[in-house]
Design a protein around this ligand. Sequence first.
Ligand code: NAD
Length: 467
Amino acid sequence: MPTHQPRRTPGPRGERFAVLDPTTGEAFDEAPDQRPDELDAIVERAHDAWRDWRADPAARTTALFAAADAVEAAGADLAPLLTREQGKPLAESYAEIARAAARLRYFAELDPVPEPIADGRPVRSEIRWRPLGPVAAIVPWNFPLQLASAKFAPALAAGNTMVLKPSPFTPLATRLLGSVLSAALPQNVLTIVTGREPLGARLASHPGIRHVTFTGSIATGRAVAEGAAASLARVTLELGGNDAAILLEDVEVERIADRLFWAAFRNCGQVCMAVKRVYAPARLYSQVVEALAERAKTVVVGPGLDPGSQLGPVSNAPQLARVERCTAQALADGARAAAGGHRLEGPGYFFAPTILADVPSGSPVVTEEQFGPVLPVLPYGRLDEAVEAANDTGFGLGGSVWGTDLDRAEAVAGRLECGTAWINHHAELSLAQPFAGIKDSGVGVAGGPWGLYGNLRPFVVHRPEEA
Ligand code: NAD
């Protein structure tokens, strides 16, 4: 969890808090610091709006398609703001927006159909899917718009209304997205609230909320589940990861190096399912370290708004502190920085893309989710050792296997204990697939039809064949 939150500044428009630009570390705007007690009226309005929203699936579909168009049309306003508060290169902000629009269209077209129960009894039983009511969504700062849409697209398509809280580190683009969507959606169907804790804690435990869908760290996920237990609301948790990539003996290092590098460093490594540990056969170890280090040394790090930047700054000060702590500990544990290993001089939260070799397997950069532009590479002797090391963690989000013999790679991938495994790439997700971490990485299923049904409840009608 963050060790501190943005500064609070009382002002003429009510309490507000400062939003910092990670490129400079300076405040550039502010957002409303809404009080937890404001949620009572907000949830009540979401409940009132639910009556009409749930009643007309055809109107919902039309509204969600209009919402997708509105998001795309606002791209030129949303993208620079997202980059400013989050730090990512502008092209990646545009990609988030495109993904949000695509997700709205995907779920707008999904229709939960009534299902007959054929069990041989002389009764016509049927499952009809019904929405849950007002849903709460709480999201982190690494993909603010994409993750917000991953919450509201299935929830609204299912006929629920939603109150959504972005991270206080990245509230502005989500607020703008909320006002863009208000042109397409009826009032109070989607409400964005911003503020510092305990706003999220109050939202998660609010008695008027029927489903809490949360993306963030494992520690906060536990707190959210405890809060939701008070009203026995359904909980979906998408939590942290520490994904391993296992390279096989027959891997062609130069052929996969770019893909592997970007699977670890995209969005400055601040991706729940980034590659966070590489296991390389001892014979290829130096070659793998050098290939990744070469890329880490030449990648262009700079302000996200500069068109040439391939990596921006780390997104916020607590996250930078975490990356610095894990890296310093690894170096103290005997690791060697084949590239980077330090913060970049100058303003802002820039950290040199870092490849760590010779890291002890118990060092926090291997065992914890460091969530930054740092990648430890570990050698292995027997393949079984690599699979065991990959699985020897409380995390269980994703994993990947890299090699030339695809059948063999697939067999190894099948031994990974996680929700999604890839061969020769990592973290590519289709909108149509289920997304579910195991162990400490999550509870419930998002994505695809499973994401829609996660926002619905079965309502069963039994009717005899004869009166
Ligand atoms: P975080 O857990 O600190 O915060 C997430 C959200 O929870 C924020 O909106 C925050 O304000 C809010 N929050 C904080 N305390 C709360 C409380 N007591 N009750 C309710 N809400 C509270 O996470 P973060 O640092 O913003 O994000 C990084 C984490 O998110 C990483 O662990 C990453 O792996 C995870 N993540 C997971 C996925 C996934 O799909 N599995 C996707 C993206 C990020």
